[in-house]
Design a protein around this ligand. Structure first.
Ligand code: NAD
Ligand code: MG
Length: 394
């Protein structure tokens, strides 16, 4: 078997580390072409020693210089590149056939979109890219013949539960609805007052999953589910009314597809991102993921409705999806700014929904025909949300 030649964008993050864990279980199956990170020097060096990529990218020049000096001293044979343009280079290089897109936030968009335009097999974890540029991204995939495999556990579950020949027509496949499950996050049972006063440490303490800080806060606000609703709309060409959200605190049922004959097909498993990652890495084959088998004996599974009143971010995402145009790009950028401020201790948890609502009120309805339009909306929303938080919580 010729190995798959792999670039991992965001290799030093949680998804990146899990990806390389699965890769290491299958010697000879993958050839690691490039690994990318931003600032985490030690982790990148460790990954270079183990995986010997041809390229390592650090977007921060100072971090790149440190990594470069060390890989040279150790004679690892890794060429170290720096800056955001290098992300596009290693995502589109002709040698590469598979790109794991696992940078967090809209920062991942240029390289992920470039991989789509270059016709790569894309393992998509970076949901923000689809939220910002949904139609453009899916058009690029269709035009180039790129292959898109979802890594987000919910979308990977739906992908597994859809017919193998699904090509973007849910009606033709007899699908009535897509059910996205949500753990409910660490604040599921808290009062609105307690949520408003929550600290960053509370917000990142997820009950079932270990994840990067940004997505952990998104899980606490349910914005993660909101972003996933928009992600599902594009990945599966679903009408907004076909996408339902169900809170399932145990995170065993990862999502479900409801068919018109009354069948509901769910994908279940131990909550461990290596399962969807291995599914996509090996597709269409199943490969070992290192994940403990699901033990259902004696377990209780429960389901409840999401509470939009305590978790307004979910409704804001449905609103942005209904509004269309630039609204999802505005929603995403305002959320990124507000989450960063919250994590810095500069804004309370409640400021996240408030600043997103303000940014949508101010900016939704703006131009959205081109990528430049959307990136302008992204930048404008960062300014508007930042100013709002500065004014209210100075
Ligand atoms: P993380 O914070 O652990 O890692 C983020 C990665 O992106 C790191 O490698 C970091 O160096 C890189 N990065 C950050 N800012 C960058 C920038 N400006 N330019 C270039 N690189 C940058 O995040 P994560 O939890 O691994 O999540 C990554 C993506 O996967 C997110 O979009 C998240 O929503 C999605 N996702 C994560 C999980 C999970 O379980 N962690 C599950 C589903 C989806
Ligand atoms: Mg998810």
């Amino acid at each position: 078997m010729t190995p798959r030649v792999l670039t991992v964008l965001g290799a030093t993050g949680t998804i990146g580390v899990n990806t390389l864990d699965v890769v290491a279980r299958h010697p000879g199956r993958f050839d690691v072409f490039a690994l990318t990170g931003a600032t985490q020097v030690e982790r990148m060096l460790e990954q270079c020693r183990v995986h010997r990529p041809r390229y390592a990218v650090m977007t921060e020049p100072a971090a790149a210089a440190t990594v470069r000096a060390q890989v040279t001293a150790e004679g690892l044979g890794v060429e170290v590149l720096e800056g955001a343009a290098a992300l596009v280079e290693v995502a589109t290089a002709s040698e590469v056939d598979t790109v794991m897109a696992a940078i967090v936030g809209a920062a991942g968009l240029p390289a992920t979109l470039a991989a789509a335009q270059a016709g790569k097999r894309i393992l998509l974890a970076n949901k923000e890219t689809l939220v910002v540029s949904g139609q453009l991204f899916m058009d690029a995939v269709a035009a180039s013949g790129a292959e898109l495999l979802p890594i987000d556990s919910e979308h990977n579950a739906i992908f597994q539960a859809l017919p193998r020949d699904f090509r973007g027509d849910l009606g033709r496949s007899g699908v009535n609805a897509l059910w996205l499950t949500a753990s409910g996050g660490p604040f599921r049972t808290l009062s609105a007052e307690a949520i408003a006063a929550a600290t960053p440490a509370q917000a990142v303490a997820h009950p079932n999953w270990v994840m990067g800080k940004k997505i952990s806060v998104d899980s606490a606000s349910l914005m993660n589910k909101g972003l996933e609703v928009i992600e599902a709309r594009w990945l599966f060409n679903a009408r907004p009314g076909q996408i339902r959200v169900l809170v399932h605190p145990q995170s065993i049922v990862h999502s479900m597809v409801e068919y018109i004959d009354g069948s509901v097909i769910a994908q279940m498993g131990t909550p461990d991102m290596r399962t969807p990652i291995a599914y996509a890495l090996g597709f269409p084959e199943r490969i070992d993921a290192g994940v403990p088998m699901l033990e259902l004996m004696g377990r209780q599974l429960s389901f409840e409705a999401p509470d939009i009143r305590r978790f307004p971010c979910l409704q804001l995402a449905f609103d942005a999806l209904a509004a269309g145009g630039n609204a999802a790009a505005v929603l995403n950028a305002a959320n990124e700014v507000a989450v960063a401020r919250f994590l810095d201790g500069a804004a309370p948890f409640g400021a996240i929904a408030a600043s997103i609502a303000h940014a949508l009120d101010t900016l939704a309805g703006g131009p959205a025909a081109t990528l430049d339009d959307l990136l302008e909306s992204d930048q404008a929303a960062r300014r508007v949300a930042g100013a709002f938080i500065g004014a209210v919580h100075a």
